[in-house]
Ligand binder design. Structure first.
Ligand code: FAD
Length: 222
């Protein structure tokens, strides 16, 4: 597999192409860090964009859900879909209103999804979903039973036509605006886990497992 995903007419960046990236490693790092994608598709001439969880195995982006889901049923007819993933890294505050921006890393994928029918592949995909939410989760929990497997549809979108776009760094103001008495800079943003909150129905005596507690931010002074 080539380390680069070749740009196509659809993925060639037109605005600020220098922010584009087509290296598989770059694209996969963004996908592996994100929890949420948006799947765009057409049904009966109407565009829909639906947020959903996802996972990646090698060169496939996987989505899953109820076999009754319209999104998944539509996707399983091998229609064209467009999947986007976005990470926001910072607010970019410029000296002029016009040059305000955000630092971000995002990916756009085009393709047709295929249903994963093979039971073992389906289980591997479901393991990837659990572990994408939180590493090592699959090893701790009850695996899906026959009924749950039958009720779940898993689809794979090949990562064959995809682009990343990345903005980093300071605001880019007009030269004459650097003299203005206006604060400018970047406010970094990140997603942090808070202290875990036990389920009301948790059996007594079950400690927070290491894979959960290690997500928690260190509480200053705690
Ligand atoms: C963070 C996150 C993770 C999710 N992960 C999954 C997942 O892994 N698998 C999964 O199947 N679903 C997931 N969902 C739910 C997903 O967005 C859909 O609601 C779900 O797939 C049902 O889709 P459907 O095709 O049956 O809905 P449809 O029957 O297509 O929905 C009918 C209408 O309901 C409204 N609608 C549906 N979903 C949403 C929504 N999320 N927000 C606002 N309006 C909505 C829209 O107007 C839509 O046109 C997730 C949602 C979020 C926000």
């Amino acid at each position: 597999m080539s380390p680069i995903i070749e740009p196509t007419e659809r993925t060639k960046l037109r605005r600020l192409p220098k922010r584009g990236a087509f290296e598989r490693d770059t694209i996969y790092q963004i996908l592996d860090e994100a929890f949420l994608c948006h799947v765009g598709f057409m049904v009966d001439g109407h565009p829909f964009v639906i947020p959903t969880g996802f996972a990646r195995i090698k060169d496939n982006l996987l989505v899953h859900g109820s076999a009754a889901s319209r999104m998944l049923r539509a996707m399983s007819r091998e229609i064209d879909v467009c999947v986007t993933v976005t990470l926001i890294d910072g607010l970019v505050l410029a000296r002029s209103a016009f040059h305000h921006s955000m630092n971000y890393r995002s990916v756009v994928v085009f393709g047709k999804a295929t249903v994963i029918e093979d039971q073992q592949e389906k289980l591997t995909a479901l393991e990837a979903f659990s572990n994408h939410i939180i590493a090592h989760r699959w090893d701790e929990v009850r695996p899906p039973n026959e009924l749950e497997l039958r009720a779940t549809l898993v689809l794979a979108v090949p990562l064959a036509e995809a682009s990343a776009k990345i903005r980093t760094g300071n605001p880019l103001d007009d030269e004459e605006d650097y003299d203005l008495d206006v604060w400018a800079g970047v406010v970094p943003l990140r997603l942090v886990a808070g202290p875990p909150v036990a389920d009301d129905k948790l059996k007594l005596g079950i400690p927070i497992p290491a894979h959960v507690s290690k997500l928690t931010v260190t509480q200053v002074g705690a």
